[in-house]
Design a protein around this ligand. Structure first.
Ligand code: GLT
Ligand code: MN
Ligand code: MN
Length: 393
């Protein structure tokens, strides 16, 4: 059999949530089109497809309200499946949105009993995640929002959310767990408006936490795109701040509901630029954490289509990584980018402020007319990217 260079392997660090490939195709307008799958079978199938790991919410594995004995049995079977199929659980999270008690939010709900229950549920779910080996814990506050802002002061919501994250950081420290938190933003859906709507909001919020170093972000392509923003810019800001703890890869068209489509199936150019950034093919520091696909197969698919979908996410990522390496090795691309450097001025701009450096900078002659007239060749650069993407280079 010939070697397939885009066949996913464990070394690629690809992961899927149980809820992603396990999505039965239910939507607000229609019932499930696929059977609910056993989590152990998902582990086996993902392993066969070449994934490295599987992520979960507490309720993806343990049905809400299960007895302690039932829970322990499920966990034992799941651990065995992980071992049998060489799979890991790098990330875990809490379902704080499905149960009706969370209709007004979880950590930000007005009823203190709901907030207390959200903390109880999360502490139990953190124990489960740690037991399964997770080192990242995601917080996606899908219900932390409003339809009517008359119900609470949004400033109070921020304070409540901060209290919950501060409290849970202390819980993790108290237990001595090796666990970091990753906050995931979304602008709306299922609530009319969700607090801390984008990754940028999350980064600003994290700077106000007591254990700031334990908390980073989990940006999702679909969620940043729903807000009309550039996923690549937002991920880059998180990387530059040392805060990209996790990532949710999928596909989305701007202006729609949260589509969670197969990675790279929409806006191929943005997907390419994102992979280029994550892989650091332009010479920047790469992201080395899990590459998680938070997406699901079209509702039209049967079981076979689900695994086509999963393989598609991983194969597209690998193809884009290969394309990005080719693009950044292309001498014409390198020449266009290198033309922006200036050996005389770069060292001066790189130096910290001093009275002497400021004087040197201010004395530097700059021919503004020539610079303003010069074409930057970005049209050619973008065309090179498109031709590279289309396999013409
Ligand atoms: C839910 C949501 C995702 C989050 C998951 C983690 S659950 O499917 O749509 O974006 O990442 O809670
Ligand atoms: Mn989504
Ligand atoms: Mn997500």
């Amino acid at each position: 059999m010939s070697h397939d260079p885009i066949q996913p392997t464990r070394d690629d660090r690809f992961t899927f949530g149980l809820w992603t490939v396990g999505n039965p195709g239910r939507d607000p307008f229609g019932a499930a089109t696929r059977a609910v799958q056993d989590p152990c079978r998902i582990v086996q199938k993902l392993s066969e497809c070449g994934a490295w790991g599987v992520n979960l919410h507490d309720e993806d594995l343990i049905p809400f309200g299960s007895s302690a004995a039932k829970r322990d049995g499920i966990v034992a079977d799941f651990k065995k499946a992980l071992d049998d199929h060489g799979m890991v659980v790098p990330m875990a999270t809490t379902n704080l949105f499905s149960q009706p008690i969370f209709k007004d939010g979880a950590f930000t709900a007005n009823d203190p009993k709901v907030r207390a229950f959200a903390l109880q549920k999360t502490m139990t779910a953190i124990e489960l995640g740690v037991e399964l080996g997770a080192s990242t814990y995601v917080f996606w506050g899908g219900r932390e929002g409003t339809e009517t802002d008359a119900c609470r002061d949004p400033q109070e919501a921020t304070r409540r959310f901060r209290h919950a994250i501060d409290y849970l950081c202390e819980f993790v420290k108290d237990r001595g767990y090796d666990l970091r938190f990753a906050l995931e933003a979304k602008p709306n859906e299922p609530r009319g408006d969700i607090y801390l709507a984008t990754t940028g909001h999350m980064l600003a919020f994290i700077a106000t936490l007591k254990n700031e170093e334990m908390v980073g972000v989990n940006p999702e392509v679909a969620h940043e795109s729903m807000a009309g923003l550039s996923m690549t810019h937002n991920v880059a800001q998180a990387m530059e701040a040392g805060k990209l703890f996790h990532i949710d890869l999928n596909g989305q068209r701007i202006g729609r509901y949260d589509q969670d489509l197969r990675f790279g199936s929409e806006d191929l150019k943005q997907a390419f630029l994102l992979v280029r950034l994550l892989e650091g093919t332009a010479g920047t520091t790469p992201y080395t954490g899990p590459l998680h696909f938070d997406a699901h197969a079209y509702r039209t698919e049967d079981d076979a289509g689900v695994w086509d979908f999963a393989r598609g996410c991983m194969r597209t990522y690998k193809l884009l990584a290969e394309r990005a390496r080719g693009f950044d090795a292309d001498s014409e691309v390198r020449d266009i980018i290198a033309a922006m450097t200036d050996a005389a001025i770069d060292p001066l701009l790189g130096a910290p402020y001093s009275a002497a450096s400021a004087e040197a900078l201010r004395a530097m002659p700059i021919d503004i007319d020539t610079i303003a007239k010069r074409g930057l060749r970005y049209e050619r650069l973008d065309q090179l990217m498109i031709e590279n993407l289309m396999g013409a280079r």
